[in-house]
Design a protein around this ligand. Structure first.
Ligand SMILES: *[C@@H]1O[C@H](CO)[C@@H](O)[C@H](O)[C@H]1NC(C)=O
Ligand SMILES: *[C@@H]1O[C@H](CO)[C@@H](O)[C@H](O)[C@H]1NC(C)=O
Ligand SMILES: *[C@@H]1O[C@H](CO)[C@@H](O)[C@H](O)[C@H]1NC(C)=O
Ligand SMILES: *[C@@H]1O[C@H](CO)[C@@H](O)[C@H](O)[C@H]1NC(C)=O
Length: 467
């Protein structure tokens, strides 16, 4: 009988297998990728570095299906799309991310997103096409619950709704994500990056409950004591900060822009962010948010109570922590703050500079168009503002005679919630907020190098019938 199990041939074959497997592994896991970005050069913008940190500290699914050097973006398409898979195994398929984002809470962003979705070259608005997420809480700002959509589901939804159009009109058509919450960097909005915090908190509170058993005899279901919860929150924060610091990032930078940078790699999406006068914004948001007006009252005194309550909690936080830590990580700081109704989010959404400052660490200034909501609200400036937005997105501007313009108010009507109270912001609440927002408006002007936003600090700013 011929000897086929020759040890030399066998070991050669084995070596070949190992080499092939390693090449495949390195290629598919992107370990040869040197994604250092043109505008960056800092560690933050080193895509390779961020992707490794995310794989370790967040959900590997977030960056396991993205474009890599081996599977790069398709040059001939305007929208960021790439091919994944291999011709040999299972065949190739396209994946695409949104080309641009429209965001801003109670700032006209919903109306604008609907209007832009009606543009002939906008293939879809991903925030309105799937029940797994929606215009309020988009894919990117989920992450605190296990039922949240995965990156694979997000890419699948874009593929099934938009890919045929994108392939048919590769040089013109693009995908939009119109979720309102994208721009605001509060703790809950970066939930996908807080895995280490969550895990540590869960482990610690389980131990707390065990420990409490002896103390609270006879209790079948035991509540975690506040002291224990306080200890666990502190522990979770320490673990979280240390894990990310080890990976090279400070907590302030562990937010949504870092995640987006890791996912997009060397392709830069565009952001249309609506900035509204912070006092007008919160006044509108109050009456437009059922949970708030139900709790504090659907009238003017209710609004004053709401402002006092939230401002008090924010000021308490500032006694113990920096402004940045309060704005971005409020409910992770103490049990008291965890208990604060809606975690002061409505206050923070008007502190535009605090959010933009972090965005600008990860994406170049040219990636952002910052629109003053008033320019969209006022009839005189509306058409030109829309044109400016279309130019920024490199979308064709329809002829002035095109029915598209006439249809804008029908497809994306402006919604107001303040008709029953009118635009009479109560004086006490207005004074508190003017003082609170003033330094943030100054910071915005400094950050963007224009005095325009300083007009928000002028008490005399005339408020047209609908601000
Ligand atoms: C959108 O998502 C949020 C959070 O998951 C949820 O509370 C809200 O009801 C959803 N809205 C719609 C219209 O589905
Ligand atoms: C847990 O706390 C809640 C609210 O403080 C209380 O209503 C409930 O009775 C407590 N349960 C137990 C088992 O102590
Ligand atoms: C601020 O710190 C003090 C002392 O540690 C603590 O008693 C207080 O509850 C903290 N305030 C908040 C809002 O967490
Ligand atoms: C804006 O465009 C619409 C539609 O073309 C037109 O009816 C309207 O007069 C324009 N507004 C201004 C201020 O030019």
């Amino acid at each position: 009988m011929r000897r086929i199990y020759n040890p030399i041939i066998l070991s050669l074959l084995l070596t070949l297998c190992v080499v092939m497997a390693s090449i495949w592994y390195l290629a598919s896991h992107n370990y040869n990728y040197q994604g250092v970005l043109a505008e960056g050069g800092t560690e933050q913008s080193d895509v390779h570095h961020i992707r490794r940190a995310l794989t370790k500290l967040a959900d590997p699914d977030l960056v396991s299906n993205v474009a890599t050097k081996a599977h790069g973006y398709i040059d001939s398409m305007k929208n960021p799309c790439w091919e994944t898979g291999s011709r040999l195994f299972g065949g190739k398929q396209h994946s695409c991310l949104p080309h641009f984002y429209v965001s801003g809470w109670h700032s006209g962003a919903v109306a604008l997103a609907k209007q832009l979705a009606s543009h002939p070259n906008v293939a879809m608005d991903i925030s309105s096409k799937d029940s797994a997420w929606n215009a309020t809480h988009g894919f990117w700002t989920q992450g605190t619950s296990s039922s949240d959509a995965s990156m694979r589901q997000y890419l699948d939804a874009i593929r099934s709704h938009a890919l045929p159009r994108l392939l048919k009109n590769p040089t013109t058509d693009v995908v939009m994500d119109g979720s309102l919450s994208t721009m605001h960097l509060t703790w809950a909005n970066s939930g996908r990056l807080h895995r280490t915090f969550q895990r540590s908190l869960e482990t610690c509170s389980t131990q707390c409950m065990e420990g409490d058993k002896g103390v609270e005899e006879g209790n079948v279901e035991r509540n975690i004591s506040r002291a224990c919860m306080s200890k666990c929150l502190g522990q979770a924060r320490t673990d979280h900060v240390q894990a990310w610091r080890l990976a090279g990032y400070e907590l302030e930078d562990v937010q949504l822009p870092l995640l987006m940078k890791a996912v997009y790699g060397d392709w830069t999406p565009k952001f249309v962010f609506l900035l509204r006068h912070p006092i007008h914004r919160i006044y509108s948001a109050y009456y437009g948010t059922p949970a708030l007006r139900e709790r504090f009252g659907n009238d003017l005194p209710g609004f004053t109570k709401f402002v006092g309550d939230q401002y008090g909690a924010y000021r308490d936080c500032l006694h113990n922590h920096s402004d940045s830590m309060c704005i971005h990580t409020f409910q992770s700081l103490s049990v008291e703050q965890q208990d604060v109704f809606t975690h002061c989010e409505q206050l923070f959404r008007g502190m535009h500079a605090a959010h933009l400052r972090i965005w600008l660490k990860f994406f170049p200034r040219e990636a952002f168009l910052l629109v003053n909501s008033m320019d969209l609200f006022l009839a005189d400036s509306r058409n030109n503002t829309i044109k400016e937005i279309l130019d920024f997105l490199a979308l064709p501007v329809p002829e002035q005679s095109s029915p598209w313009w006439g249809d804008l108010d029908r497809v994306g009507p402006r919604v107001t919630y303040t008709e029953h109270v009118g635009w009479v912001i109560p004086e006490g609440a207005r004074r508190v907020m003017s003082k609170m927002y003033e330094p943030h408006n100054v910071a915005l002007s400094q950050l963007l190098g224009t005095v325009r936003w300083l007009e928000w600090n002028e008490d005399t700013l005339v408020c047209p019938p609908s601000c």
